[in-house]
Ligand binder design. Structure first.
Ligand code: ATP
Length: 196
């Protein structure tokens, strides 16, 4: 996918652009920058969730998005949380749960899972959709160090296995390094992308 962003504004205030970003299967990018610079805004544009900008987004790729909040179906168990949004059957959903270390939790509801487990469920759902490109917005924030490290390793392994590309939004350069992602920095006002 490729984004040529001339400008993104909220009211009179331009927050982003001009900037260009492209990513393909097998490539990993991390978008770094301080709070409020426009990282989430950029990711939402890439995900097609915000069409209010000047520029062009070209994407024939299948995308999956992982947000900081796991955004699960509260009244459905873990299997249904994968099967319903992705259209996969229960056996496939079960297999994905096992791959993210959630075997034995198949019939639990999201509220019966810890935040780390909910995040892994959201990760399994994203990969179950078979994306070409995975878009992630701070998915490792507010986890304890051990849980975050395990989830980073899991994400790395699933990206390797699936061949999916990655755009990771984070304020933490260590996460970019752990995922072997090429780091791009948002800087300035309005913010533009700068290579390492
Ligand atoms: N819906 C909106 N309406 C008006 N301003 C907005 C809106 N969404 C974001 N902004 C502003 O745009 C700028 C970029 O916000 P954004 O959430 O993309 O930053 P961020 O880098 O993701 O920050 P954080 O790391 O804290 O999540 C901020 O100044 C924010 O206040």
């Amino acid at each position: 996918m490729r984004l040529e962003l001339e400008a993104k504004s909220f009211g009179p205030r331009q927050v982003l652009g001009p900037l260009t970003l492209s990513v393909a299967r097998g490539e990993r990018l991390a978008i770094l920058g301080p709070s409020g610079i426009g990282k989430s805004t950029l990711l939402r544009i890439l995900a097609g969730l915000d069409a209010g900008y000047r520029g062009q987004l070209d994407s024939a790729d299948r995308l999956a998005v992982v947000f900081q909040e796991p955004v699960l179906l509260p009244w459905r168990d873990a299997i249904a949380n994968i099967a319903i949004p992705t259209g996969r059957d229960a056996a496939t959903a079960r297999d994905w749960l096992a791959q993210v270390g959630l075997a034995g939790h198949e019939t639990k509801f999201p509220r019966q899972l810890s935040l780390g487990q909910q995040r892994r469920l959201a990760l399994a759902r994203a990969f179950a959709a078979g994306p070409d490109i995975l878009l992630m917005d701070e998915p490792f924030a507010s986890l304890d160090a051990g849980t975050a490290a395990r989830m980073l390793a899991l994400t790395d392994a699933l990206l390797d296995r699936s061949g999916a590309g990655l755009v990771l939004v984070t304020h933490d350069p260590a996460e970019a390094a752990a995922l072997k992602a090429h780091a791009l920095h948002l800087t300035g006002d309005p913010a533009r992308l700068q290579k390492d």
